[in-house]
Design a binder for this molecule. Structure first.
Ligand code: FAQ
Length: 310
């Protein structure tokens, strides 16, 4: 006899309760599937849109070595995006459809990629702070309840760790340079610090998806918990680098051993995620052009595959 809906639900609940992985062929509640597609698609879109801020410096990186490093990093981001779209496909999503939703503003991507890269130091700061925040957020996702997503995160996190070190190394080099170079690093830190804190999402009491996502073991820690870990991790790194984080309220709390920090500008965050950040329009315009200008490649590849399977 085929299992009833109740039996399927009970099996799913038992899988989650025992901390085993849910796999593509397993039965899962529709809301679990939908929630995962939402998060994984948003994550994939972030990787793809995230190629643009650093990509803007590919032709202007100051040496052949720096250019090769940056090119490799940006290519890794494309790879992460492809990997994540594949994970979304195991849930029945269609990649072209997800891309259309991104371009039409029906799916989000990380707020952080809506800020401009004004100087080359921004590339170093993206590696250090943005990849640093990404790691902090994604390491726990390696234990996410959905198998394909969790496994994708293992490789992605290894590469992000490498990205973070290349950013930090770039900044260390600039900090050993001229006063102008050091000022450039400090300026980039001043502009990226607060947006990097927003990457972790709204505060816990204003995070509509958190409770269900954590009950299902998709997310393992709350937004505020991961943000706090990130602050605690970044302060000593800033000291070692010799830069000041732009927050006068940042101070070690002797009782908890954690850093207290100032108020995040949630109005700015809401503006950015609703499409009104400094670079939202530019990012989407470019993504749309890439889709449209390269449609012939997809068409040719599809025609070739059809011919071979015929
Ligand atoms: N930006 O209820 P919650 C990278 C949305 S790293 C934009 O708390 P949730 C690597 C949220 O989707 C960046 N939107 O949501 C790289 C929801 O809207 P919805 C990507 C945000 O899902 C480095 C609403 O606000 N990483 O790309 C943001 O429980 C360097 C309410 O929020 C990931 O995506 C935001 N910052 O928690 C690449 C990690 N925060 O969908 C290139 C996986 C929240 O209901 C260069 N994702 N929203 O319309 C996650 O861990 C979670 O989805 C959170 C949000 C923590 C981002």
């Amino acid at each position: 006899a085929r299992p009833t809906e109740d039996e399927l639900q009970a099996h799913f609940d038992a899988t989650i309760a025992a901390d085993r992985r849910v796999e593509p062929r397993d039965w899962m509640p529709e809301a679990y599937r939908k929630g995962l597609v939402r998060q994984i698609a948003q994550h994939a879109h972030s990787e793809i849109i995230g190629m643009q801020p650093e990509g803007d410096w590919l032709l202007a990186a100051p040496s052949l070595r720096r250019k090769a490093v940056l090119l490799a990093k940006v290519q890794d981001e494309a790879g992460h995006g492809m990997y994540l779209y594949s994970a979304a496909e195991t849930l029945g999503a269609d990649r072209a459809d997800l891309t259309d939703k991104l371009i039409e503003g029906r799916q989000k991507y990380s707020s952080i990629f809506n800020y401009p890269t004004l100087t080359y130091a921004d590339c170093g700061v993206i590696g250090w702070l943005v990849d640093g925040a990404a790691i902090c957020n994604q390491v726990p996702l390696c234990r996410s309840s959905y198998g394909p997503y969790a496994r994708a995160m293992i490789r992605v996190c290894k590469e992000e760790s490498f990205h973070q070190r290349q950013g930090y190394e770039l900044l260390m080099t600039m900090m050993r340079g001229t006063p102008e170079q050091r000022a450039m690093v400090q300026d980039a830190v001043d502009r990226w610090w607060w947006p990097s804190l927003m990457m972790f999402g709204p505060p816990d009491d204003d995070s509509p998806n958190s409770a269900q996502s954590m009950a299902w073991g998709v997310k393992r820690h709350s937004n505020d918990e991961l943000r706090q870990r990130y602050v605690d991790m970044s302060v000593p790194q800033a000291e070692a680098l010799g830069v000041t984080l732009p927050d006068p309220e940042l101070a070690l709390d002797p009782e908890t051993g954690r850093y207290r920090f100032g108020q995040i500008d949630w109005t700015e965050f809401k503006q950015v995620i609703s499409g009104n950040g400094p670079c939202n329009a530019e990012r989407i315009t470019r993504r749309r052009a890439a889709r449209d200008d390269n449609a012939w490649v997809t068409e040719a590849a599809t025609a070739y595959a059809d011919k071979h399977s015929a």
